[in-house]
Design a protein around this ligand. Structure first.
Ligand code: WQD
Length: 339
């Protein structure tokens, strides 16, 4: 079975290519490398043992899909490719609506044109905003988006659901990620944030590696145990495996329309200070940090109820926060050596 992985050279995409290979799927990567490095392909080859075919093209280019769907019989698509910087999306909303929404519409049109029926979509827990109740289930209301980035995920979920409902034959699963962290145990692939990391874990590892100054902890006045914000940090390999489970579920569905969505998290919330402590325990290294004011747009706490994923998707996390932080540090050391 051949799977088209858009954004397959990215953080989650590349780890998913590894997990797809492990269970016998063949990946085809579509990536314009605007937010990823071609070195990822070398890392994949060392892990998998063979080259992963790739198209260095844009997800907004219709001809690219015609070429791919003509040159390969594609059994399913995992659509990762999107811009994901929350802050940038506020400054440049049209860039996000074009790349995240318009490109998804084009992908769906091309799937219909070429008879490709199975789609796993990369969504985000950001659709829940600040849930009223925790842990958050898939029945929790989708809140008005707090950023254009979050809005693009909500809009794409709706577009996909409505396209499935037309009976066009499309079948799809949206995976609502919580906070992906860590790296493959080989330290051959991992998170490669361009510029100053927005996310917590790469900022911690770059601070400890001496590449950044002190870590800023954005706020210690939240109504949480220790005052710092709480998130559900999931090992990227566990997240990658969830995509394989979603694909398997789609491919065994009888003909006809099917749409569902799942929370992909660990089910446990961790505060910023708890993550810092876990990192120090995992590595034996100190994190130099200072408490700073809250970051605009941050929610107090969000973590997943993963009952539905476990019961219907047949998936749950296997790796711990400590393991993920240890793998993130191993990856940081490997990247620092490359420079
Ligand atoms: C986590 C916590 C920060 C950096 C975002 C997107 C989400 C998904 C994951 C794409 C927060 C705190 C962070 C720092 C800090 N992205 N923090 N100092 O904001 O939960 O989620 O990334 O799919 O959609 O919204 O992740 O890692 O930025 O922040 O104190 O230098 O760490 O305030 O409480 P976030 P994050």
């Amino acid at each position: 079975m051949k799977i088209l992985v858009t954004g397959g050279a990215g953080f989650i995409g590349s780890h998913t290519v590894v997990e797809l290979h492990k269970v016998g799927y063949e990946s085809i990567i579509l990536d314009n490398f605007s937010n990823s490095d071609k070195k990822v392909l070398d890392g994949l080859k060392q892990i998998i043992g063979t080259e992963t075919p790739f198209y260095d093209n844009d997800i907004n280019d219709p001809a690219t899909y015609d070429r791919i769907f003509t040159e390969h019989k594609i059994d399913g698509i995992i659509h990762f490719a999107a811009y994901k910087a929350v802050g940038e999306s506020v400054e440049k909303p049209l860039k996000y609506y074009r790349n995240n929404v318009a490109a998804t519409v084009l992908l769906l049109e091309k799937m219909q044109e070429h008879g490709v029926k199975n789609l796993v979509f990369s969504s985000s827990c950001t659709v829940y905003g600040q849930p009223e109740a925790l842990p958050v289930t898939e029945n929790s209301p989708v809140q008005p988006a707090t950023s254009p980035y979050g809005n693009t995920k909500q809009i794409c979920e709706e577009i996909i659901r409505e396209t499935v409902a037309t009976g066009s034959g499309l079948r799809s699963i949206s995976l609502r990620y919580f906070n992906p962290i860590g790296a493959h145990e080989s330290a051959l692939i991992g998170e490669l944030p361009l510029g100053v990391p927005a996310n917590l874990i790469p900022f911690i590892t770059q601070t400890v590696a001496g590449l950044r100054g002190q870590l800023s902890v954005f706020g210690d006045d939240y109504p949480t145990n220790d005052g710092t914000a709480v998130r559900d940090y999931i090992h990227v390999v566990d997240l990658a495996k969830a995509h394989v489970s979603a694909l398997n579920l789609l491919l065994k569905q009888p003909e006809g329309q099917y749409y569902d969505f799942f929370n992909i998290g660990t089910g446990t919330g961790s505060s910023v200070l708890e993550v810092i402590k876990a990192f120090e325990d995992a590595t034996g290294l100190k994190v130099d940090y200072a408490i700073k004011p809250r970051r605009a747009g941050d929610v107090t706490a969000v973590y997943a109820d993963v009952t539905k994923s476990s019961e219907i998707l047949g998936w749950k996390t296997e790796k711990s926060l400590t393991e993920a932080l240890g793998d993130a540090w191993k990856w940081q050391l490997a990247v620092s050596k490359r420079k």
